[in-house]
Design a protein around this ligand. Structure first.
Ligand code: 2DT
Ligand code: MG
Length: 212
């Protein structure tokens, strides 16, 4: 049999919950304990599709709402061959946002059902663990102002939070809710413990298909 595969680990959460900080801390900790790990993020703004998305988020361009939703999904699909290759090589991938952000953000717009929003991502590599960094709007406000990008308003973020809560009811996904109001070290300890477990459990299992 081939060597043990890496785990696909996703961090999700609302704005300023600390996803990016915690993703890099986790990768560092895994590497230091001898577990090969790399970070990825979605959207990946470096590809041709990612540049279209980035211009949209920076409000340098306007895109029709269905169109941009499908571009976010295409941006994940274009990286699936790389994701599969890394996992097979035994590398654990720590991913800053994934299809859950895709479904939560678009379905927070008027006229979009959660179900429609999930469809383009059905069949993506299924994360072995999805950690939701939970932070109340009041606690998020203490961490400073919103940025200038699209979606960075409290009204929209509150809608997004509700959509994440709906997504977390799905028992086919290995959700873990993390209290992101703790200090950085405590959050890091929680996240690392869940990740080490997931890596152990995933190593002898095939990669699943999301929402399928
Ligand atoms: P950051 O680069 O700061 O994470 O912001 N988004 C993300 C979507 O609307 N759909 C998606 O599929 C993904 C992955 C969330 C990226 C912004 O883009 C939103 C915030
Ligand atoms: Mg961010």
């Amino acid at each position: 049999m081939a060597g043990k595969r890496g785990a696909l680990i996703v961090l999700e959460g609302v704005d300023r919950a600390g996803k990016t900080t915690q993703c890099s801390r986790l990768v560092q900790a895994l590497q230091q304990s001898g577990r090969p790990a790399e970070m990825m993020r979605f959207p990946d703004r470096t590809t041709t599709i990612g540049k279209l998305i980035s211009a949209y988020l920076e409000k340098k361009s306007d895109l029709e709402d269905h169109t941009v939703h499908l571009l976010f999904s295409a941006n994940r699909w274009e990286l699936v061959p790389l994701i599969k290759k890394k996992l097979e090589q035994g590398i654990t991938l720590v991913v800053d946002r994934y299809a859950f952000s895709g479904a939560a953000f678009t379905s927070a717009k008027p006229g979009f059902s959660l179900d429609w929003c999930m469809q383009p991502d059905v069949g993506l590599p299924k994360p072995d663990l999805v950690m939701f960094l939970q932070l109340s709007p009041a606690e998020a406000a203490l961490r400073g102002q919103f940025g200038q990008e699209r979606y960075e308003t409290s009204a929209f973020q509150n809608m997004v939070q509700q959509k994440f809560e709906q997504l977390m009811k799905d028992p086919t996904v290995n959700w873990q809710v993390i209290d992101a109001a703790q200090n950085i070290e405590s959050v890091h300890r929680d996240i690392t413990a869940h990740s080490v477990n997931a890596i152990k459990e995933a190593q002898n299992l095939p990669v699943g298909e999301l929402w399928n």
